[in-house]
Design a protein around this ligand. Structure first.
Ligand code: 5AD
Ligand code: SF4
Length: 439
């Protein structure tokens, strides 16, 4: 018997890439590849890339540079580049990096198994009309009680800074029946929490049994699956938070009280220049409605500082919005000009100014995040164990609010749901005392 070929996958960027990497590894599994954690053992290396900011793209080329020595030592090594840099740069990657054998865009990766067997160097960055997901093998090889499920892909919003509409293409929703099947198939494998993924997930509008379903209806159906205890979804656009979805946060116990709802800026002038199509005030009113439906919900957001034309007053408007909302978590970035996007044509804000704003903003959101965590001390939480902790006899899992929680529980098992009382808050996690096993 020939020895299995080994596949090393490195994933950059967002959760959708994590999902895609799993699916690509499964597709290559059908060609006899098994995954390895050790790059030096690999017969094939697949880099699943991110193009969202310049730094993310640059990582690809520094990693390819490092692979050169391995390829010299192992001439049969195949190197593949997948994901959004593959989509954006295509052939250019082959020109810049001689180690690369194949380049596959995010909409073409169901063709990966054929590409691996092709002679010579190949590129596929097509946007095919067929549903790539239906051409992939059934899901298996899962690693724990939580899973991602891509329900929607692409984006039609064209925010002026963002490459996603170009790299991931137009918004496409997967049909309800396929998603229900995929979700039902995950439960017997031990999955108890599913995070629905989409670049614009709350714009979901998939073909369902009685016409088109929105995200709320999909969530309600998924909540009915026996054994599936928790649902989350990310990432949402404020303009797609419809009444039904807001109501679902109030009446679906399976829907966890955490919502990532990027606002990007608190200045109406900048929001307009970003083509966000909402104002700061509209966002604040939306937050009020969501909190009315689910008072304990934790909100998180993405922020961009130093967008072209951002003045001190614009930046202060963002800080005001952050103070007004009180976020439980936030991701903030210095604006990075992306080739081909409208904002890239405009004169940039000075780097030192953008750096200073980023620091100021991060200090504020860190303080808010810390106070949200501290507010949990003394409260009871439900925790889904995901892995053993660093200390002996300790388990780590997530609360409904997506806080990492450490619990001393020598007999705890991965995938178990427990109740615990929070005893302390440290920088990135909570500690809690076990109360009971709830399932
Ligand atoms: N520069 C900086 N941040 C960006 N993001 C998207 N495009 C850019 C860019 N060109 C941020 C946004 C988005 C998150 C995923 O990345 O905040 O919500
Ligand atoms: Fe990019 Fe999100 Fe805007 Fe779509 S909604 S263009 S993915 S930032």
């Amino acid at each position: 018997m020939t020895e299995a070929k080994k596949l090393f996958v490195k994933t950059y960027g967002c959760q959708m890439n994590v999902y895609d990497s799993e699916r690509m590894a499964e597709a290559l599994g059908a060609k006899g590849y098994v995954t390895t954690e050790a790059v030096e053992d690999a017969d094939m290396v697949l880099l699943n890339t991110c193009h969202i900011r310049e730094k993310a793209s640059e990582k690809l080329y520094s990693d390819l540079g490092r692979l050169r020595a391995l390829k010299v030592a192992k001439p049969g090594l195949k190197v593949g580049v997948a994901g959004c840099v593959a989509q954006a740069e295509g052939e250019e990657i082959l020109r810049r990096s001689p180690v690369v054998d194949l380049v596959v865009g995010p909409q073409a990766y169901h063709r990966l198994p054929e590409m691996v067997e092709a002679e010579g160097r190949v590129v596929d960055t097509d946007f095919p009309v067929e549903d790539k997901f239906s051409l992939l093998p059934e899901r298996k090889s899962l690693r724990g009680p939580t899973a991602f499920l891509t329900v929607q892909e692409g984006c039609d919003k064209f925010c002026a800074f963002c490459v996603v509409p170009y790299t991931r293409g137009a918004e496409v929703s997967r049909p309800v029946a396929r998603l229900m099947d995929e979700a039902r198939g995950l439960v017997p494998q031990g999955v108890r929490e599913i995070t629905l993924l989409g670049q614009n997930v709350n714009a979901y509008h998939g073909a369902g049994p009685e016409g088109v379903w929105g995200l709320a209806r999909l969530l309600r159906a998924l909540a009915g699956i026996e054994g599936l205890e928790r649902l989350r979804y990310t990432t949402s656009h404020p303009n797609d938070m419809d009444d039904d979805l807001i109501a679902a946060h109030g009446d679906l116990p399976e829907l966890m009280p955490y919502l990532h709802l990027p606002v990007q800026s608190g200045s109406d002038r900048i929001l307009k220049a970003m083509n966000r199509k909402h104002t700061a005030d509209a966002y604040l009113r939306l937050v009020e409605r969501i909190r009315a439906a689910r008072p304990d919900i934790l909100l998180s957001s993405d922020f961009i500082v130093g967008f072209p034309g951002e003045t001190d007053a614009d930046f202060q408007a963002t800080m005001d919005l952050i103070r007004a909302v009180g976020f439980g978590a936030a991701f903030s970035f210095k604006y990075s000009a992306r080739p081909g996007t409208p904002a890239a044509e405009k004169p940039p804000v000075a780097a030192e100014v953008a750096d200073a704003r980023l620091q100021e903003l991060q200090a504020l959101v860190t303080a808010q995040q810390q106070s949200a965590q501290k507010a949990m001390v003394g409260r009871e939480v439900e925790v889904l164990y995901e892995k053993p902790g660093r200390l002996p006899g300790q388990m780590v899992g997530k609360s409904g609010h997506l806080h990492a929680v450490h619990i001393a529980d020598p007999v705890g098992r991965i995938g178990e749901m427990v109740r615990a009382r929070v005893s302390a808050s440290s920088t990135n996690s909570l500690a809690a005392d076990l109360i009971s096993r709830s399932a």
